[in-house]
Ligand binder design. Sequence first.
Ligand SMILES: OCc1cccc(Br)n1
Length: 446
Amino acid sequence: AATSQEKSSGRSGGLASPPTIDRQTAIDVNPPRGTRDFPPEDMRLRNWLFQNFREVSRLFAFEEVDFPILESEALYTRKAGEEITEQLYGFEDKGGRRVALRPELTPSLARLVIQKGQSLPHPIKWFAVGQCWRYERTTRGRRREHYQWNMDIIGVFDVTAEAELISSVVTLFKRLGLTESDVGFKVSSRKVLQAVLQRYSIPEELFGEVCVIIDKMEKIPMEEVEKKLVALGISVEAINGLLQVLALKSLPDLEEALGSAEDAVADLKQLFSLAEQYGYSQWIQFDASIVRGLSYYTGVVFEGFDREGKLRAICGGGRYDHLLSMFGGTDSPACGFGFGDAVIVELLKDKGLLPDLSPEVDDIVFPIDQQLQGSASMIASRLREKGRSVDLVLEQKRLKWIFKHAERIKASRLILVGEAEWQKGMVRVKNLSTREEQDVKVDELS
Ligand SMILES: OCc1cccc(Br)n1
């Protein structure tokens, strides 16, 4: 019999040729440079990862929020030489407004907190999973978009907030099968830097820029770092004092260098003691060189890293107590982190921890012949009402194709709608793992 495709083309034999369309030039079927498609297999992995983000956020009683990917450029035009603002994906829209694809979520969160004003009960515990963008020079061929999981706590002065945030990332890592021998957190506080800058009476307003320069220490040659600091008017003596403190790797050494009265020392001692109580002290270590690259951090900063040292930071975060006033709002103490969707997948791949995710179809419903297509649709609807995921075969196929298809989508059952059984108000149900098959009354199908 002619297949439905052959019928529609009015030709039998050979494949039906597509209707002619006036296509001048073929489009580029690849996504724009630096961006990704998510075909089903990749989408299943992404959904699995995001489901873990959401489940951990639920465990920590955070509420989900979201914001537009497009924001006013003004949210990001900080003058601290940050990579994230230098690579801003900004443009002028048709209304002449300067807008940008968001490079991070925190400014949007700050904007919403200000918009909602004091009506919001504090502390605010919000999370978001959102796509973020940068315009990276293609020379480095790096991506221009990634998805970030963010968790933020607004309204808590104490480092109990940071301890809670780090605990949530530890929880995520454990859910993904990672242990403290795979990953860890380097933890410090920008108050360390602040204390040193004060000792050399370096003006407070240089703080953000100095942090951004120090953060580049691992990425650019030391002499360039020093040149940038000197360009800010910082003396060589101060720079040496800075570099000495930044080399500290133990809290006792920090206490010795700064004295126990310093906030940085007290904060970090409390944080490490809380980590003990949470049970994740094996996951964290003090490292004064950690400053992170966002200018608005003001206190504790941390980043997740892979202990083999092969990958870029897995996640990063910290305290940002003055971000709201940067946008004209009233300051609230705040801290949060961003966790990208790329490095973690590379790490899971390296560790052989990527899950085997297959499509989850319960039933294939197949009308043996064309006249039973309507009956098959009725069967499919009944099964769907019972919550079964049903792949209804929509065109005549040979049984050989059906079994191959069932194998490919890992269906658990094949429901054959055939004339003889249908006359008796039944369908043939084949269990595709046990190969058992039986006729089942339509009314008893579940
Ligand atoms: O973490 C920096 C960043 C921001 C936006 C997009 C991408 Br890819 N990466």
